[in-house]
Write a protein that binds this ligand. Structure first.
Ligand code: ACO
Length: 374
């Protein structure tokens, strides 16, 4: 049994393709380099769910459908006010989605087959994820949550709700491109969780809660705040090499490096690097570039047969920080994008479902017997 199901194909999909050797990521036939910074996130959500880039009219309608659904209920805001201020924003989001599931007419004890269309539920979730994350962030800082703005795009409105200011175009564009780049990525661990959960015909909210819980781990979506901690600890260029050596000597990993599938640079990392160059503090950017180069060299010496390059999380941390997103909300921001991919896979799984139920190979003892008490 390959450890971690390495190389095992467990589903067919038309949603995204990763070419780990060439370093390419394709959404429904389009290379991400043609999408990021070119079409808005809402277009990519439409593409992932339907297989088509929306027409101009369809995009206007879809954007306004999302914008109309951004507000969250007063009872959810009241709940957010009861959450401890030091809670992990992704855990808050996970619990809030669970609460949405309790109150949504589409999931009151109903299964996926019986509930309203997953696209309808997905539209509400894509709309409300940023509102939940931004509202909690303001509440924990002692500020009132802001009503979402219908006239702003998804990324722009998210930054507005976090900071109270309409962001500069450059920053809004960078976060929009980030949302596009992170929206889907094959059968990554959280998407696999979503597909396994929905294959039982549970409700969509339960499947999304499973996905959020899986995203949280540092080997998956939890890495970018740790990348930021690493750069903060390194502090300046002369500390890079000793810091990396010390970390590796103690058996720890360098966050933001390595990937199960890519054997070359993650194509998302390349784009995020150029976005970081545009909007991040130049000193932090230079330190990140220095760290990238040094870590690559050292990791290559240690693992000559395995390319360990930067993954999506390394430069994400710079883009998100430069956009005013708090470090501990980086993974929750990732979820605001990836919910689009989770929903695409939920829709695909439901369209031709069979319960996902693999087997394990039992390697423990057999034929033991209970000895009668002497
Ligand atoms: N730093 C140091 N060594 C590493 C790193 C790293 N970041 N990544 C892999 N290695 C080493 C391992 O120690 C292992 O060495 P060994 O063969 O001597 O034991 C070898 O490379 C292979 O590693 P695996 O654990 O088999 O790689 P796997 O494909 O299972 O894991 C993963 C991929 C989890 C991304 C891994 O590279 C890692 O832990 N990276 C750091 C965390 C990180 O950046 N996570 C974000 C991933 S991107 C995303 O999910 C959105």
């Amino acid at each position: 049994v390959p450890k971690g199901l390495d190389g095992v194909i467990v589903a067919t999909t038309q949603i995204s393709k990763i070419d780990g050797t060439a370093g390419r990521l394709i959404y429904r036939g389009y290379d991400i380099t043609q999408l990021a910074g070119v079409v808005p996130f809402e277009s990519v959500v439409h593409l992932l769910w339907t297989g088509r880039i929306p027409s101009e009219k369809e995009l206007i309608d879809f954007k306004s459908e999302i914008a109309d659904r951004r507000s969250i209920s007063p009872s959810l805001i009241s709940f957010l006010k009861t959450v401890p201020r030091d809670a992990n924003p992704l855990s808050v989001l996970r619990t809030a989605v669970s609460i949405l599931g309790l109150t949504s007419s589409s999931s009151k004890g109903e299964d996926a087959a019986a509930s309203s269309s997953p696209i309808d539920t997905g539209t509400s979730l894509v709309a409300q994820f940023p509102t939940i994350v931004a509202s909690y962030d303001r509440i924990r800082r002692g500020e009132d949550p802001l009503e979402p703005r219908k006239d702003l795009g998804q990324a722009e409105n998210y930054l507005y709700m976090l900071t109270g200011r309409v962001p500069e175009t450059e920053r809004a564009r960078a976060v929009d491109a980030y949302f596009v780049l992170l929206a889907d990525h094959g059968l990554n661990a959280s998407t696999f969780s979503a597909r396994v959960a929905i294959s039982t015909l549970t409700d969509v909210y339960s499947a999304i809660v499973a996905a959020i819980g899986t995203l949280k781990g540092p080997l998956h979506g939890g890495a970018p705040s740790l990348v930021w901690d690493m750069l903060s600890e390194i502090g300046e260029a002369r500390n890079v090499r000793p810091w990396i050596n010390k970390r590796l000597e103690s058996g720890e990993r360098i966050m933001g490096f390595g990937h199960r599938i890519y054997r070359t640079e993650d194509p998302r990392s390349k784009i995020l690097k150029s976005l970081a160059k545009q909007i991040a503090d130049p000193k932090v950017y230079e330190l990140a570039v220095e760290t990238e180069g040094e870590a690559r060299r050292i990791l290559q010496e240690q693992h000559p047969k395995r390319a360990l390059d930067t993954n999506v999380e390394f430069y994400s941390s710079l883009v998100l920080n430069a956009s005013g997103i708090p470090k501990d909300a980086f993974t929750a921001t990732f979820a605001c994008s990836r919910v689009a991919g989770w929903m695409a896979h939920i829709i695909e799984q439901l369209s031709d479902n069979r319960i996902i139920r693999p087997q394990s190979e039992y390697v423990g003892p057999e034929n033991l017997s209970i000895e009668p008490n002497a």
